[in-house]
Write a new protein. Structure first.
Length: 196
């Protein structure tokens, strides 16, 4: 059974599943019915997921270490984004990122899972308009869900970017931390600047 994480909680993925090699990171969300504006205006709501790969000092050393809809695959082939979902419509995972842990270069110690709202200022959207947002990790070999972190929209009013979780290497272990930090930003580049 998957562990439901709370903000700030950490788990060892290696201890939870010693056979873990390949991970599917699924991100999902629903758009609140009240987010369409007074006259049912623009309901298009596009959340973009990304992984920011950092070194042991938690620094971004190369923009190629940001995996997102414009750079779908890391040069090591360890991380592959499965593409952009423009609406969040439907059940289950809206965006999927696959990770092959043995292929992650030793120079990468942290994988930061982030989401941001595309054209948030232009569309006047923030995370309080999003329901049922989650990030989950699944062992791709066994299809077993290892961990899930659910976010509530109310506490993120005015926030347009978010660090959902981080996967990090500690000795020979891979661990996950539920972060849930929101920011008022315009683009993914603004989140990346935190780590430069």
């Amino acid at each position: 059974m998957a562990i439901n994480l709370k903000k700030g909680q950490r788990i060892s993925l290696t201890k939870e599943d010693p056979s873990l090699k390949q991970i599917m990171c699924g991100l999902g969300w629903d758009v609140s019915a009240k987010s369409g504006g007074f006259f049912g205006g623009n309901k298009q709501f596009d959340l973009d997921s990304s992984v920011i790969c950092l070194d042991a000092d938690k620094k971004l050393t190369d923009v190629k270490n940001i995996i997102y809809f414009g750079n779908l695959r890391h040069s090591s082939s360890a991380i592959a984004h499965q593409g952009d979902n423009l609406t969040g419509a439907g059940e289950g995972d809206d965006e999927v990122i696959n990770i092959d842990l043995p292929l992650i270069p030793p120079s990468i110690a942290y994988l930061i899972f982030a989401i941001n709202i595309y054209k948030c200022d232009q569309r006047r959207q923030d995370f309080s308009m999003v329901n049922n947002a989650f990030v989950r990790l699944v062992n791709r070999t066994t299809n077993k869900e290892l961990a899930r972190y659910n976010l509530s929209g109310a506490e993120y009013k005015g926030m347009t970017g978010m660090i959902l979780a981080e996967l990090y290497r500690h000795n020979d272990d891979w661990k996950m931390a539920a972060v849930g930090n929101g920011f008022k930003i315009a683009t993914l580049a603004d989140i990346a600047k935190i780590y430069t």
